[in-house]
Design a protein around this ligand. Structure first.
Ligand code: GLA
Length: 407
C-alpha cells in the first residue's frame, strides 16, 4: 500500500517536472486531425534561431509573406531573383515543412513590365506563362498548393462588373484568370491550385467569388480550391457569416484554405491598405475579445474540417504583422510570447463574451482618408535588399498609388 502510494507520488513528480505533453505540443499537433496550421514568414523568421524554433514547434505549413510574389521573383522581364524565396524553400525542405506558394498573378507587387507598353493579349499571356512556368517549376518539389490568382474581384457592392478593374483585367478580361490556372497546372500537375481573396465572407463579394469560380470550373479551368484570406477583426465576421461563406464555397470546390488569418482589434477589415496604425491601448477586455473572436473562427473552421485542409496565420507575431503591433492581431505578441488568444485556439475553448458592438466610424479618420487615399501617409516602396532588416512602415505591401483603390 505504502509502496504504491510512493510510486504514485514519484510518477506525479516526474510528470510535473517533464514538460507536459500538451505544453510540448504546438498548434500543429493539437490540430493534426483537423487541418494543417500554417504561418506566413519573412526572412528573419527563418534565420533567427529562436523564431525559427517557434516556427518549427507550432506550424506545419509555411507561406512566404512576400518572397514568392511576382515582383520579388521577376523584377524585370526574364531577370529572376530567387535568393529570398530559395532561403524559405530550403528551410521547408530541411525541416520537412510544407510550403504554400503565394502568389502567381496579382495586380499588386507585380513588375510593371508585365502589363506595360500596351501589350496585346498574346504578348501579355506569353509574359504570364514565362513567369508562372519559371516559378512553379523551381519549387515543384516542395510547394503543395499555389495561390494562382489573388484578389481579382471588386469590393464595390454596386459595381456592375464583378471584377477588379486592374491593368491585368483591362488587357485580357477574365481570360487572364483562366490562363493563369492553365499555365500553373501545366507547370505542376500535382499542386493544388487556389483562387485567393479577402472580404470573402461578405455576402455580395462571396457570391461574386462563388459565381466566378463556378463558371470557370464549368469551362474546364483547373481551380481546385478557394483561399479565404481571413483578414478579420474583433467585431466580425460572425460565426454565421463565416459558416455561410464556407458552405457556399464547398458546394463548388473540394479544398478550402484559410490563407492569411489575422484579427484586428480596430474596426476595419479586409485587404489592401484599409487599416489604421493609430495606437490602440490593448485593455484586458480587448484581449478577451481577441481570444473570443479566434475561438469563434476556429469553432467554425473545425466544423468544416472535411473541406478545410490548412489554416495559415498571416505572420508569426505582432512584431511581424503588416497591421502593426498596435493592432494586436496574432496569437503571438510582439515578443513572440503566446497570448490568451493562443490558449483559446489551442484548448479549443468557446468564446466567453458575445461579439462586441462595432464602434461608429470616426469622422476625422474618414475625412483624412478621402483626402489622402487609403491608410494615411504614403509608405516608401518595399526594398528587397533590406529583406533582413526592419523596414519601418513597409511591413505591408507597397502598392503603386494608382492601384491603391480597391475594385
Ligand atoms: C494581401 C496579400 C498578401 C499580403 C497582404 C498584406 O492579403 O494577398 O500577400 O500582401 O495583402 O500583407
Amino acid at each position: 500500500m505504502k509502496h504504491s502510494f510512493y510510486s504514485l507520488m514519484t510518477a506525479m513528480a516526474l510528470l510535473a517536472m517533464s514538460p507536459s505533453s500538451s505544453m510540448a505540443q504546438g498548434l500543429k499537433d493539437i490540430y493534426k486531425d483537423y487541418f494543417l496550421i500554417g504561418v506566413a514568414v519573412n526572412q528573419r523568421n527563418v534565420s533567427n534561431a529562436e523564431q525559427a524554433a517557434l516556427v518549427k514547434q507550432e506550424f506545419n505549413s509555411i507561406t512566404c509573406e512576400n518572397d514568392m510574389k511576382p515582383e520579388p521573383t521577376e523584377p524585370q522581364e526574364g531577370k529572376f531573383n530567387w535568393e529570398a524565396a530559395d532561403r524559405i524553400a530550403n528551410f521547408c525542405r530541411t525541416n520537412g515543412i510544407k510550403l504554400r506558394g503565394h502568389c502567381l498573378m496579382w495586380h499588386s507587387q507585380i513588375g510593371r513590365w508585365m502589363y506595360s507598353d500596351n501589350p496585346t493579349k498574346e504578348v501579355f499571356f506569353q509574359r504570364m506563362k514565362n513567369h508562372i512556368q519559371a516559378v512553379v517549376s523551381r519549387y515543384k518539389d516542395v510547394v503543395y498548393a499555389w495561390d494562382v490568382v489573388n484578389e481579382a474581384m471588386t469590393d464595390d457592392p454596386k459595381a456592375e462588373d464583378p471584377f477588379r478593374q486592374s491593368p491585368l483585367y483591362k488587357i485580357a478580361g477574365d481570360e487572364f484568370i483562366a490562363k493563369a490556372f492553365q499555365y500553373a497546372r501545366e507547370a505542376d500537375p500535382n499542386a493544388l491550385l487556389f483562387y485567393n481573396d479577402y472580404n470573402e465572407c461578405d455576402p455580395v463579394k462571396s457570391q461574386r467569388i462563388y459565381e466566378m469560380v463556378k463558371r470557370m470550373k464549368e469551362n474546364g479551368v483547373p481551380i481546385d480550391g478557394i483561399g479565404m484570406q481571413g483578414h478579420y477583426n474583433i467585431y466580425g465576421p460572425t460565426e454565421a457569416e463565416i459558416d455561410a461563406a464556407i458552405t457556399k464555397y464547398k458546394s463548388i470546390v473540394k479544398h478550402i484554405h484559410v490563407t492569411e488569418l489575422d484579427i484586428r482589434v480596430n474596426a476595419e477589415m479586409g485587404g489592401q491598405l484599409q487599416f489604421s496604425r493609430e495606437g490602440v491601448a490593448v485593455s484586458d477586455s480587448v484581449k478577451q475579445h481577441l481570444a473570443d473572436q479566434y475561438a469563434r473562427v476556429f469553432n467554425v473552421l473545425r466544423k468544416h474540417r472535411d473541406v478545410i485542409d490548412c489554416v495559415t496565420f498571416w505572420n508569426l507575431s505582432d512584431r511581424d504583422s503588416w497591421l502593426g503591433q498596435n493592432n494586436y492581431p496574432l496569437p503571438f505578441d510582439a515578443n513572440y510570447k503566446p497570448k490568451m488568444a493562443y490558449d483559446y485556439i489551442k484548448q479549443m475553448k468557446a468564446a466567453a463574451w458575445p461579439i462586441p458592438e462595432k464602434p461608429k466610424p470616426n469622422p476625422n479618420q474618414q475625412r483624412q482618408r478621402r483626402r489622402g487615399g487609403f491608410g494615411g501617409p504614403q509608405r516608401p516602396p518595399f526594398n528587397p535588399a533590406l529583406a533582413f532588416a526592419e523596414q519601418p512602415g513597409v511591413k505591408e505591401d507597397f502598392v503603386p498609388s494608382e492601384l491603391n483603390q480597391p475594385g
